[in-house]
Design a protein around this ligand. Structure first.
Ligand SMILES: [Zn+2]
Length: 269
């Protein structure tokens, strides 16, 4: 399951190739055909993301919302005019295609692909927790996170996986953020002091940005600028039974709300 940084990378790619351009949208498979005509031929104003959801904003003030779910995938093609790409039959079940004269991307197997209004987008934004990767010039998003954590008696480990508290954090970032903060995963949100919650948010901003830059989830500062092996990228995630990289105690594992939680009982008290 992708965490939020991958969806922001897709938004960046849409902006790089299509923002400010007229693009066409269709649905070779047919399921998105009726909706696609409402945005096809419009200029793409901007692509953005909140957590795992991607939003494409068109000049006629309609939006396409996409959630890949477990099976959804993007495939990009460039130089489509020279290769005559559009004249060739599509492969597999392509729910939607977005294309300009040069570039095209195909979407297969998403959980959601729909056309919605600006009011709908606002309602989704308000319902979801803030996304650390989105700009927050007024600090409003940080305050939403702090308020949602501090009013809850649920554990901080459960809260970090709740998309109504924070968007875009999944199981890897959850474990690593708590380790980096030396936080007991079972501490209830309402017991955490404000400065601890603020620092957790700021660390999420930093780690997710590294994820967007590299396309992989690196959570050890000394490796931010390198291309580490998968087993080396993290402090505790999937390292149960191995020695903690800081204190040497064995990394623990438990099930919390159906997902595996990894932490170091030595560092996280
Ligand atoms: Zn430790």
């Amino acid at each position: 399951m992708p965490e939020g940084h991958t969806v922001h990378r897709t938004a960046n790619e849409f902006n790089r190739l299509f923002a400010g351009k007229r693009i066409w949208v269709d649905s070779p498979q047919g399921r998105f055909l009726g909706a696609s005509v409402r945005v096809s031929g419009q200029v793409l104003v901007e692509a953005s993301a909140i957590g795992k959801q991607l939003f494409l904003h068109f000049e006629n003030n309609l939006w396409v919302r996409i959630h890949l779910g477990i099976y959804g995938k993007w495939q990009w093609h460039t130089g489509i005019e020279e290769s005559g790409f559009l004249d060739q039959p599509t492969k597999g079940e392509v729910r939607a295609r977005f294309y300009s004269t040069d570039a095209l991307c195909e979407l297969r197997g998403p959980t959601v692909c729909e056309v919605i209004t600006t009011n709908d987008v606002q309602a989704i934004h308000d319902r979801l927790g803030p996304d650390p990767l989105n700009p927050d010039p007024t600090g409003e998003e940080l305050e939403r996170f702090v308020a949602r954590v501090q009013r809850s008696s649920q554990s901080i480990a459960a809260l970090l996986m709740d998309q109504s508290v924070i968007s875009g954090v999944g199981n890897v970032y959850r474990a690593e953020l708590l380790f980096r903060a030396c936080l007991d995963p079972y501490a209830p949100g309402k017991t955490l002091p404000r400065d601890v919650v603020v620092a957790l948010w700021e660390d999420a901003v930093a780690l997710l940005r590294v994820g967007v830059k590299h396309g992989v989830m690196i959570t050890r500062d000394e490796l931010f600028e390198s291309d580490p092996e998968k087993a080396e990228r993290n402090f505790v995630y999937k390292r149960e039974g191995e020695g903690c990289r800081v204190c040497g105690k064995k990394v623990s594992i438990a099930l919390l709300a159906g997902r595996k939680l990894y932490w170091c009982p030595g560092c996280q008290k």
